[in-house]
Design a protein. Structure first.
Length: 318
């Protein structure tokens, strides 16, 4: 009779689930490729800000905590180049720790500079966490499907950061806007300021915008439930939140792409590696079958062996 699982063991198993290394390999490639996009497209104003007078630099709390000085143009230019080159190499799953840690620190500095001039985007929380936990896993490969607690812990941290982004967003909304945020004209103001073709039509239905505000708050409060869902229910929940971001972008041009990319931590990415494994075998079998159909000798062994099809003339002679 097996011993009962203690609560402490359940907690440990939840924080350190056994998940395949191949999932980390695919996620690592996606995250590091997005770092290039983030530096060059999403937070692409750090260099211009560095050329502004130093008095415009108002460091956020974390930047003040680590005594991050005002950016200098030459420094951030070098940092940008290092991040882009390092992330492209790291996306190939090479040197996961040697490149991973400097990229995590460098990207954090880059984001802190980008957010220290008056505008803070909370969609980068999960991405920053992902960059700091991925190096802890070490080497991984898309074809390495061995279960590993290190992979599970890293993925769980990213999942928690994704969920925390939503719950902390509600806290910020109510803290600074009060309950007028969901019940007032918040989206109406957003549509008028940065609305799209869809948003301009929604302006004529203000009741729908107020309903959307309450749905937003409810969805963000319900985000922690994703952590306990499995299978089809989890897939539907992830699809709901991704659809939420798509509609938000269609209405007011806010994309949350850094957060959206980190939703991959909930996906069975190891299936990509499994498909890559089976594809060369299928291609090889098809090639051998074509050669056999042409009556050519096929020198193979094992389960890929294919008997050549005899020439029709040879059949008649026989």
């Amino acid at each position: 009779m097996s011993a009962a699982v203690t609560p402490a063991a359940r907690v440990e198993r939840w924080f350190f689930p056994l998940l395949p290394n191949s999932r980390i390999a695919v996620l690592r490639a996606a995250i590091y490729l997005f770092v290039v996009v983030d530096v060059l497209v999403m937070v692409n104003d750090v260099v211009p800000k560095a050329s502004a007078p130093a008095e415009f630099y108002t460091p956020v709390a974390l930047a003040r905590l680590i005594h991050l000085p005002a950016p200098q143009e030459n420094v951030v230019l070098a940092l940008r180049a290092a991040l882009v080159i390092g992330a492209l190499v790291a996306a190939t799953n090479r040197l996961p720790r040697l490149l991973g840690w400097p990229i995590a620190v460098g990207h954090l500095i880059w984001v802190l500079y980008g957010m220290s001039y008056g505008k803070v985007d909370h969609d980068h929380l999960a991405l920053v966490v992902a960059l700091f936990v991925l190096p802890t896993v070490g080497r991984s490969h898309p074809h390495d499907h061995r279960a590993d607690e290190r992979a599970g812990w890293a993925l769980r941290c990213i999942q928690l950061a994704v969920v925390a982004t939503y719950t902390l967003s509600v806290w910020a909304k109510i803290r600074y806007g009060g309950w007028d945020w969901p019940s007032g004209a918040t989206l109406m103001w957003a549509v008028e300021r940065r609305g799209t073709f869809l948003g301009e039509h929604l302006v004529h239905v203000p009741e729908l915008l107020v309903l959307a505000q309450w749905v937003t708050v409810a969805a963000e409060l319900a985000a922690p439930l994703v952590l306990v869902l499995r299978g089809r229910a989890l897939g539907l929940a992830v699809g709901f939140y991704l659809s939420f971001h798509l509609i938000t972008y269609a209405a007011i041009s806010i994309h949350f792409l850094p957060l959206v990319v980190c939703w991959l931590a909930f996906a069975p990415l190891e299936k990509i590696g499994q498909r890559l494994e089976t594809r060369p075998v299928s291609l090889r079998r098809g090639h051998l079958a074509r050669r056999a159909a042409a009556g050519q000798a096929v020198a193979v062994v094992g389960h890929e062996a294919v008997q050549p099809v005899p020439d029709p003339a040879e059949r008649r002679d026989a």
